[in-house]
Design a protein around this ligand. Structure first.
Ligand SMILES: Cc1cc2nc3c(=O)[nH]c(=O)nc-3n(C[C@H](O)[C@H](O)[C@H](O)COP(=O)(O)OP(=O)(O)OC[C@H]3O[C@@H](n4cnc5c(N)ncnc54)[C@H](O)[C@@H]3O)c2cc1C
Length: 319
């Protein structure tokens, strides 16, 4: 049996755009706003997470303009609406591969193919896994990487959080609304998280820290029942009963498809101070190119800068 829709999309001519933006997180949607206001009719491919990682968190308190904070998903929605008001087109589609060897650049997606005069890469990052037995099998059955998405399922239940950075503490504080208790498992004896978050976490009666400890296994048959822990200083092992395991141990940039075509460093796309990559006409912004700041505001700023530079690049070319 032929699948007519896939044949027609494979055979149809590529869609040509002036500016193609890969990713609809803070960087991509900010780039879209600026490129749209420059009348470049940008197309944004969302990937699977519209709004990006910011949409995964319940509230964002450090994005200026929102004195009371703003919901992560709501902020993404506002970014999108603002870009669309000026003509940006947001497509629910993912890039699968790119050919940056000649212009126009070619981008193969789930739904077809694009050619683009300029490309802005803002594919962000995805959560790191612990890579321990039980993690993959029990994902969605008690193992989660998103407290906002899954916290509600753990009403009055004990959970553990793995990590010691801002995300781990922010999300633990959010989980205190639902869970009966939260044990934060951290491999060191001090936290990387910011001072305000640390203070809030230490003061919260539902939160307890388990220091110098790693999770070596997530156990359970149909769902999570316990985590196996190992103290990295003493080597002592123990089994901690729990119903949920929330993992916040950093992110890996979504840049694999650009390897060999763009200069990279530690998995991050190398950009200069103006967001230019090693290929003229290709720009990168946000967490795909930033190993250091990793914030909504810095990603949005990089996205705006990338779009300004893409505009200048196309203008210079047009003479
Ligand atoms: C739990 C959590 C809480 C956070 N809290 C805060 C906070 O309070 N304040 C703050 O400033 N920052 C916070 N951050 C960090 C902030 O969310 C990120 O720095 C920011 O979202 C990065 O933006 P980005 O646009 O570079 O990438 P991302 O947000 O990662 O967005 C990447 C986009 O690219 C898309 N994509 C990926 N692959 C493809 C593909 N192949 N084709 C097309 N699209 C693709 C994705 O679907 C997504 O739309 C938090 C992060 C997390 C995970």
């Amino acid at each position: 049996m032929f699948n007519l829709s896939s044949i027609s999309s494979t055979n149809s001519a590529p869609r040509h755009v002036k500016v193609l933006i890969l990713g609809a997180g803070p960087a991509g949607l900010s780039a879209a706003l600026y490129a749209a206001r420059a009348e470049l009719q940008p197309v944004v491919l969302t990937g699977t997470q519209i709004g990006g990682q910011a949409a995964l968190t319940y509230t964002i308190e450090n994005y200026p303009g929102f004195p009371e904070g703003v919901g992560g998903a709501e902020l993404g929605d506002l970014f999108q609406k603002q870009a669309e008001r000026f003509g940006a087109v947001v497509e629910f589609d993912s890039a699968q591969s790119v050919d940056l060897s000649a212009r126009p650049f070619r981008v193969q997606t789930d739904n077809g193919e694009y050619t683009a005069d300029a490309l802005i890469i803002s594919t962000g990052a995805s959560p790191n896994q612990l890579n321990v037995p039980g993690e993959v099998e029990l994902t969605g059955k008690g193992v989660s990487y998103c407290a906002t998405c899954d916290g509600w399922f753990f009403k009055d239940k004990p959970v553990v959080v793995v990590g010691g950075g801002d995300s781990a503490l922010e999300e633990s504080l959010f989980l205190t609304r639902f869970a009966s208790s939260i044990k934060i498992i951290h491999r060191r004896d001090s936290l990387r998280a910011g001072a305000i978050l640390q203070k809030r976490a230490f003061e919260n009666p539902k939160i307890e820290f388990v220091w110098d400890t790693v999770v070596t296994e997530i156990a359970g048959r149909e769902k999570v029942e316990a985590v196996r822990l190992k103290n990295v200083k003493t080597g002592a092992e123990s089994l901690l009963p729990t119903e949920g395991v929330f993992i916040f141990i950093g992110h890996t940039p979504n840049t694999q498809m650009f390897a060999g075509q763009l200069e990279m460093e530690g998995g991050y796309i190398k950009v200069d101070e103006r967001m230019h990559t090693s290929v003229p006409g290709v720009f990168a912004a946000g967490e795909s190119a930033d190993s250091h700041f990793k914030q909504v505001i810095t990603s949005a700023g990089m996205g705006a800068a990338a779009a300004i530079e893409a505009t200048r690049f196309l203008e210079a070319e047009a003479g």
